[in-house]
Design a protein around this ligand. Structure first.
Ligand code: HEC
Ligand code: HEC
Length: 495
């Protein structure tokens, strides 16, 4: 289930799903897992979303809480100009290859729209009947005038687990590069003007693998045209860029962290999370005006709770796993449960051994720009200029946030625990969730098959041979016996 933020609990009282009320389901339960995951876990996330969006004000009969306002901002405000409109969206399928194109051509309008969401990894927003609503723009876009779609943070930070939407979960499906290419092709044909992303993607790749994005470099490019005080200076030249894709982390862990991002270099403030808004047309004054709205967005982010694992858990095995975890993993990842304690730590990249590209891609110049400017209240908030490695993240709700590691290179927790069995290349199956290995259901390959030629088709494969995509490192589980690994895997489901 999706534990609702406190204000909602106040509104609705404690909501507990059926399976929790009658005790944890056992493996003998006949209920198909599809139902458990699909209907039970996440219907509540839709309830939460919808409650905030539509009912919040009415039910509480007054002011929304800052967190509720934050979520409403994300669904309604236009921080960026629109990327495209309904007319363009309806034509996107005409750019596809076969067999998808014929399938779309023969489908009803409604079915074709759903196919279009799925093709680009767009997550449906919840509708009035609390079901995924494909009629409105996707969760990651605020609806605008004349059918416009304005991208928001939820494009990357609103995801789907086992087929169901959840705000704050990273979108592990998004195909931003393919979407933008197709939008551009349709706009050319319809003689519609290009948007900032259409131009931007001509200069820099948006993603080389679906489900991940080159977002760290977006930030560097946008920062280039800002003086430290946020005023715009278009004469500056973009520094050499190190393009690499990242997997966004889940929002529900932000409240346990003292600083932000994979290397923990940035302070956790409203200003820092506004980086995506730094397109030149948003002036320094606009950025300042929006700061309170982003303080609300940060309040929403910090109100989120990790979703509970909805499937069966072998409790005795998990209890064993807890002991193993506390001996081998807790020193970096903290402890969980009633007296859980997490102290954020950065682990030296030489000890950690995971892909170092992200760490090196953020130049000292960029970090200094943040340290010296408005973003960090002119150095009042701590900016770490030379982080030694990556942060050991909190593991709440880790079952839901596959793929793993900062670059999203490891598809399941089982693979994380078996460093030498991680696939060289993997591709998601349509069905989705792997209960046995806990994470994405994937097919493994020794290499991307030769007959996959089109770049958009190659982006469906996670190729760990590509730059910045290594699945190596974090070999800490190697000291565990097979039985201990099995126990830890079971325990991780309980976090
Ligand atoms: C194009 C995809 C994308 C969009 C849009 C996006 N983010 Fe992110 N976000 C990411 C990625 C990827 C990371 C990880 C970056 C890193 O660690 O270096 C991230 C990291 C974060 C973090 C740090 C979380 C942590 O645990 O350290 C926060 C907070 C955040 N984003 C908030 C936002 C907000 C607020 C917006 C909208 C203004 C936004 N993001 C828009 C992709 C995106
Ligand atoms: C020395 C510190 C350290 C130890 C010990 C350690 N980890 Fe980690 N762990 C990290 C760091 C740092 C990362 C982030 C690495 C990255 O993203 O490149 C990480 C990442 C992870 C992730 C992926 C998180 C995500 O959101 O993608 C999981 C799961 C995990 N560790 C589980 C474990 C387990 C289980 C153990 C014990 C067997 C363990 N770790 C031991 C430091 C540690």
């Amino acid at each position: 289930m999706f534990t609702t933020p406190t204000p909602l609990r106040r509104l609705f009282g404690p909501v507990r799903p059926r399976w929790q009320r009658r005790g944890l389901p056992t493996s003998n339960d006949r209920e198909p897992i599809g139902e458990r995951f699909g209907l039970l876990v996440c219907r509540l996330s839709l309830v939460a979303l919808l409650a905030i969006v539509s009912f919040g004000r009415e039910v509480s009969g007054g002011e929304l809480s800052p967190a509720e306002k934050g979520f409403r901002n994300l669904r309604t405000q236009h921080y960026l100009p629109p990327d495209f409109d309904e007319e363009v969206f309806a034509e996107l399928w005409t750019t596809w290859g076969e067999p998808e194109r014929t399938e779309a051509a023969n489908a009803t309008d409604a079915a074709r729209r759903k196919l279009t969401f799925e093709y680009y990894g767009l997550i449906p927003a919840p509708g009035a009947d609390r079901q995924p609503d494909y009629a409105q723009p996707a969760l990651g876009y605020a609806p605008g005038e004349k059918g416009a779609w304005h991208m928001t943070c939820l494009a990357c930070h609103g995801g789907q687990v086992a087929g169901q939407p959840m705000a704050g979960l990273p979108n592990s499906n998004i195909s931003l590069q393919t979407l933008t290419e197709d939008v551009r092709a349709v706009k050319l044909r319809l003689k519609k003007p290009f948007g900032h992303l259409d131009y931007g993607s001509l200069q820099l790749p948006l993603s080389a693998t679906n489900g991940t994005t080159n977002s760290v470099m977006f930030g560097v490019v946008l920062a280039t045209f800002r003086r430290p005080d946020m005023s715009v200076d278009l004469k500056r030249t973009v520094p050499p860029l190190v393009h690499h894709d990242m997997d966004a982390p889940p929002f529900w862990n932000v409240k346990y962290k003292t600083s932000l991002y994979a290397d923990g270099f940035a302070p956790k403030t409203a200003r820092v999370i506004m980086q995506f808004m730094m397109i030149p047309r948003n002036s320094a004054e606009t950025m300042q005006d929006w700061e309170p709205q982003f303080a609300e967005i940060l309040a929403w982010i910090e109100s989120l709770e990790a979703p509970k694992y909805p499937g069966p858990i072998d409790e005795p095995l998990a209890a064993n796993g807890r002991m193993v975890f506390e001996e081998h993993c807790a020193k970096c990842h903290g402890t969980y449960g009633a007296n859980g304690r997490y102290l954020q730590q950065t682990i030296d990249i030489r000890e950690l051994g995971t892909d170092a590209v992200r760490l090196e891609a953020l130049t000292p110049d960029f970090r200094r720009w943040m340290k010296e400017g408005w973003m960090s209240h002119y150095g009042e908030d701590q900016v770490i200029e030379e982080p030694a490695g990556y942060v050991a993240p909190p593991l709440h709700g880790i079952w839901a946030s596959a793929p793993y590691l900062h670059n999203g290179s490891v598809p399941t927790l089982w693979h994380l625990l078996h460093p030498d069995k991680r696939p060289m290349v993997w591709k998601r199956t349509a069905a989705g969730y792997d209960q046995a290995r806990v994470g994405l259901e994937v097919t493994e390959y020794p290499a991307v098959p030769d007959d996959v030629a089109e770049p958009r088709d190659r982006r469906r494969y996670f190729d760990t041979q590509l730059f910045g995509k290594s699945a190596a490192g974090h070999t800490f589980p190697d000291v565990l016996s097979p039985a201990e690994k099995q126990a830890v895997l079971e325990y991780l489901k309980t976090l």
